[in-house]
Design a protein around this ligand. Structure first.
Ligand code: EPU
Length: 423
């Protein structure tokens, strides 16, 4: 429940990146030595993946139990039960990231067709083709992928992704680290989360290099060892707080995030009139009630472009900007659901087709009862509630907990009037 209209001020510590840590947990499968991850966000996606990995037979310690909630130690001894349950995969598409490391280390795994956010079809054909290029056999039957390695070990191969895929690239890298020979990945993703995974794998002994634009080469090694690694800050959480500051006319410093990772967002928000300052590990966002925001046209793109995950939250800012803005979602075909709920709060937002929306502003938003079963769309409705006059009730916040650590506590610390209530 949110009472909107309060400018947010102060500092917020940005958590470790969800889309980095999940892949790094999977990387721990590649060795029987301990992998220690620091700056692990306390979010439910981490809990779900930890449960899945525990069920497979791995040991996971930390995050919570020992008073130090942001460190996770994983030791992947043996895998007596190489199986991902349907329930976990339904909740979290990222469970599919276990495909590559399980094949590379144990030569087999059974995974369900994954679910996750309802933001489009989200097939896994790139992942399957990449594993096949490394010599794996994958059979799809009754909703499950049965993956195995017919020879004793994966072998290096040539992978060219038809479209840029973040997790596809990561699965291919993870699988290739222990394959025999060299793997070349073309049209690879450039997201900072991919590079953070490469950094951890390098510390574990993997030989991975970006050798040209969107090209990665991996020389397989016989074994990998343990390592310690600190997860990068979450650029998507940072963007959410940046918009909260800008739209409420506040002044918020985001600590623990690399401003370079927010480059495309900061470029767009500057064009919209939001003032910011950066140093090496922080970004200060200065909103102002006296300086009008202006409309912008934005198209999403793979990194270093404007992330698809930035898109829905930005919409809230655009409802407060002078003129007509357009959003073109190029990555997923069904990621404009929040438009309907924002319209119920007073936004002048028109969905032109499944990938395009037009927003005319500024329009005052008013409180309403809203909700969407999706992570970024849920965060978007919270942002709208912070700007709206009156009281907004957002339902389904468990979807927001998948990727944001204690979002309401962090907002309260900045002055917001928000509390979690039982439905
Ligand atoms: N695609 C295919 N086949 C595949 C894989 C992808 O056609 O086998 C298509 C997708 O349908 C999409 C495009 O390729 O049109 C790009 O998808 P990508 O594979 O890059 O997405 P992802 O790796 O599954 C990650 C993030 C998403 C983020 C996207 C795009 C994780 C766990 N998830 O998903 O994050 O939106 O990259 O940057 O890293 C979120 O955090 O809320 C979230 C949805």
């Amino acid at each position: 429940m949110i009472s909107g209209g309060v400018p947010l001020n102060g500092e917020v510590r940005i958590a470790g990146a969800k889309n980095a840590v999940l892949k790094q947990m999977a990387a721990a499968v590649l060795t029987d030595e301990p992998v220690v991850l620091r700056n692990v966000p306390r979010i439910s996606d981490v809990t779900i993946l930890a449960e899945v990995m525990g069920d497979i037979g791995f040991e996971l310690r930390g995050s919570g139990e020992e008073g130090n909630g942001h460190t996770l130690e994983i030791r992947a001894g043996d895998a007596p039960w190489p199986f991902v349950p349907l329930e976990a995969a339904r909740k979290m598409r990222a469970s599919f990231i276990l495909l590559g490391p399980m094949l590379a280390r144990f030569g087999r795994v059974i995974l369900p067709n994954p679910g996750g956010d309802r933001i489009g079809r989200r097939p896994v054909n790139f992942h399957v083709a990449a594993m096949e290029a490394l010599g794996a056999s994958i059979v799809y039957r009754n909703g499950y992928y049965y993956a195995s390695v017919p020879s004793s070990r994966l072998r290096g191969g040539h992978i060219r992704f038809p479209d840029v895929s973040v997790m596809g690239t990561e699965n291919a890298i993870l699988a290739a680290t222990l394959a025999e020979g060299t793997t070349v990945i073309e049209n690879a993703a450039l997201e900072p989360e991919v590079d953070d995974l490469i950094a951890l794998l390098g510390a574990m002994g993997a030989r991975i290099a970006r050798t040209a634009d969107r090209r990665i080469e991996i020389e397989g090694v016989d074994r990998l060892g343990g390592a310690e690694h600190t997860v990068i800050g979450d650029r998507l959480e940072a963007e959410t707080f940046a918009i909260a500051a800008a739209t409420t006319g506040g002044d918020v410093t985001l600590r623990g995030v690399d401003p370079v990772h927010l480059g495309a967002f900061l470029e767009v928000s500057s064009r919209a009139g939001v003032v910011h300052e950066t140093d090496a590990h922080a970004v200060r966002i200065v909103g102002s009630a006296s300086r009008p925001l202006v409309a912008v046209d934005v198209a999403t793109a793979p990194y270093p472009g404007f992330a698809t995950d930035f898109q829905a939250p930005l919409t809230v800012l655009l409802t407060q900007a002078e003129g007509t803005s357009t959003i073109h979602e190029t990555i997923f075909e069904d990621r404009l659901d929040h438009a309907r709920e924002l319209a119920r709060m007073g936004a002048a937002i028109e969905v032109l087709d499944e990938r395009r929306a037009r927003i005319t502003g500024p329009t005052p938003l008013h409180g309403a009862e809203v909700g969407i079963a999706d992570l970024r769309a849920g965060a978007t409705l919270i942002l709208a509630g912070l700007v709206a006059r009156g009281t907004t009730v957002v339902s389904g916040v468990e979807h927001v907990d998948r990727g944001y650590e204690l979002i309401e506590a962090k907002l309260v610390a900045l002055g917001a009037r928000i509390s979690r209530i039982e439905a």
